[in-house]
Design a protein around this ligand. Structure first.
Ligand code: FE2
Length: 258
């Protein structure tokens, strides 16, 4: 069984790329479940109902989120109505939406969890460990395997969370930094792991944004608006291959959809 995970969609260009290419890619590569991080798919920051609908139609089964997901109030009622669009589980019950869902993959029940780190990203947020443990316990017997998007800034925190759930969650991938990492690995208890998937948006800039504008903002400290970069859109992702008898990850492959 193959699970394709795609990094943060950063722009309308990224949404269009997936609308054009994702179903074809899924068919060619025999993908059984596709998870896309869509926290910024609305426009430069935040999620939107329109972009989420387009991504579901494009072939995403589950959309995960992060620190920007709930920036736009317009998405609140939508996320409440769409169980397969997630926001981080440690946003607590106060926030609209949910931090996990159970999706179907070839008749197997996959619990997809979306959690967020708090190191160098949001120190006011509760650490995710307890939220994840309680959710796994609460749903015991209702899922066959679990998969998690850990949306965080610090590589060490992502690895710590992955080791804490090694073996309990079969696939753990990081998002948020937009930089694809080269550390695909199988952890000691069998979890397939990568620190960051990368991004899905215009290439050639800085994390999907126009380089000149980012440098200007960095140098001036003015609240200048970011624009999408000018290069061709690219989607970074990882395919995790799992054995159906015990859901152990047997192979991982980095992919780029252009
Ligand atoms: Fe983020």
């Amino acid at each position: 069984m193959k699970i394709l995970c795609i990094g943060d969609v950063t722009s309308a260009g990224g949404v269009r790329l997936l609308s054009d290419k994702l179903w074809k890619f899924r068919r060619e590569r025999g993908i059984d479940l596709c998870i896309v991080n869509a926290e910024n798919a609305g426009f430069v920051t935040g999620a939107s109902a329109e972009a989420a609908e387009q991504l579901f139609k494009a072939g995403a089964d589950v959309l995960t989120g992060g620190n920007h997901t709930l920036r736009n109030k317009a998405v609140y009622s939508y996320i409440d109505s769409r169980p397969y669009m997630l926001r981080p589980i440690n946003f607590t019950e106060e926030a609209p939406g949910a931090g996990y869902c159970i999706a179907d993959m070839c008749g197997y029940r996959v619990m997809v969890i979306n959690a967020m780190g708090n190191v160098h990203i949001d120190p006011t947020l509760d650490a995710p460990y307890g939220y994840i443990e309680r959710a796994l316990r609460r749903e015991e017997g209702r899922y066959d395997l679990a998969v998690m998007d850990i949306h965080a800034e610090a590589t060490g925190e992502k690895l710590a969370i992955a080791h804490a759930f090694d073996g309990k969650i079969k696939v753990i991938f990081g998002t948020h930094t937009h930089v694809p990492t080269a550390d695909l690995q199988i952890l000691p208890r069998g979890t397939g792991y990568v620190t960051d998937l990368g991004m899905c948006g215009e290439s050639g800039g800085i994390l999907g944004m126009n380089a000149e504008g980012v440098v200007k903002r960095m140098k001036s400290h003015l609240p200048l608006k970011f624009e999408a970069a000018a290069g061709d859109p690219v989607a970074d992702g990882v395919i995790f291959e799992l054995r159906s008898s015990d859901f152990a990850v047997t192979a991982m492959e980095r992919v780029k959809i252009k």
